[in-house]
Ligand binder design. Sequence first.
Ligand code: N1C
Length: 241
Amino acid sequence: LLGRRSPKHQQWDGKGSTANFREIVLGRCYTYTQLVHPELSTDCRKIEKAFINAFISKDPCSATEEDYVPLLKLGDQTVPCDKTVFWSKTKELAHQYTWVQREMFTLENTLLGYIADDLSWCGDADSSEINHESCPSRRNCSSNFVSVFWNLLSKRFAENACGMVQVLLNGSISNAFDKNSTFGRVEVHSLQPTKVHTLQAWVVQDIGKTPRDTCSGSSLNDLKLILSRRNIKFTCQENYR
Ligand code: N1C
């Protein structure tokens, strides 16, 4: 029993790595490449290894973009122009939308986003095992492997977007456009004005809830301003159909 991780229980605030993390990664990779997008030729064993190697045996608070470079290379994928959908605090609705509009892509409709969606993962500097007890939350450290992963993937996703892009925003919260969200902090600033001509925002309100933000509210105006400075056209619609 000596040295069997016991004194380190609950080291971090966040929940531990998802049970069967490896198997889920491998299974989702096969599901995606065999059933969702059979045109992709991906070596799922390599994806699994690159994902694990990104964080295993490392300090879970010292993640860097470099850690994910091999995984990102393996998962490289292009989304057609006009088909990118961003979202902020509207994940479920955004996914319902792309489920119906099969040609549209949120980040979770790309291979790496699909694989990692809702998973949690981290390792330990002095063990080669996945830590299922606890992982650092953003309160513990911002450079945890999950945050660095989504920031990097979101940045790449936005940098690669082209044509008209869309974002689904939540009008039932006070700042539908939130500068501190991944969309406001990373994606908006990563759009390439040479490739993206328009951002179309859809502000949606929960049925039965008091609307808290609209296309004419100040948060959407902030978004409009950021985009006009970046030479990207902006349009906004509320509760379309
Ligand atoms: O912070 P958000 O939303 O604005 O991030 C959403 C935005 C989307 O457009 C996605 O492209 O950023 C991308 N993205 C994800 O796809 C994603 N899947 C899961 C960002 N974060 C993602 N997650 C996890 O949800 C991640 O842990 C992050 O911190 C949250 C962000 O959700 P949000 O605040 O509703």
